[in-house]
Design a protein around this ligand. Structure first.
Ligand code: FES
Length: 178
């Protein structure tokens, strides 16, 4: 089992997103303090009931749907690996790899038509919804999703929305959760 994954959970709602006086960039929702996320490296938050996970990796913030597009595994509990030069979150359930930057699912495939086929990483396309993220004055903000475009992860985001609770506390890794 991978090392301890420390998580912080924050509930955010468009209609009650007051953060103590900070002015949020237009259309964005406050999810946490920059320094806190840099320290914990990851955090989950709910945007209008939809659970997202924010990662801080190699100097950059990334926000994705928290439930894996495959079968809804909790990406917030996965490890980050560099695959073919791309930072990927590895789902803890069946080890699917998803790029942090684009939400693409990666798989290793071979081209049998090549003279000496060797496995190469390839993309299945964008499977996991990525959320726009920005920082301002020490705060981190995420934009609500544009639901006019669909991604595979939407199914599980909806399934676990409001009341489904990612319930990280109920996962088997609960001892790792703060
Ligand atoms: S649920 Fe994520 S790999 Fe299966």
């Amino acid at each position: 089992m991978p090392g301890a994954v420390r998580l912080k959970m924050r509930d955010v709602d468009l209609h009650s997103s007051s953060t103590g006086g900070e002015i949020e960039p237009a259309g964005f929702i406050f999810v946490g303090k920059e320094e806190d996320i840099k320290k914990s490296q990851r955090l989950t938050a709910k945007i209008n009931g939809r659970e997202i996970v924010v990662f801080y990796h190699k100097g950059k913030f990334h926000a994705l749907d928290s439930r894996c597009y495959h079968e809804g595994g909790p990406l917030c509990q996965g490890e980050i690996e560099d695959i073919d030069g791309q930072a990927c979150i590895v789902c803890p359930w069946h080890k699917f790899k998803i790029t942090l930057e684009t939400g693409e699912g990666l798989y290793e495939g071979i081209n049998p038509l090549e003279p000496s086929p060797t496995p190469k990483w390839q993309s299945k396309g964008v499977k996991q919804r990525i959320h726009k993220i920005t920082t301002d004055n020490g705060n981190v903000y995420v934009s609500p999703p544009d639901l006019s475009v669909n991604f595979d992860s939407d199914y599980f985001a909806d399934k676990y929305k409001n009341g489904g609770e990612l319930s990280m506390e109920k996962q088997s890794h609960s001892e790792d959760i703060e």
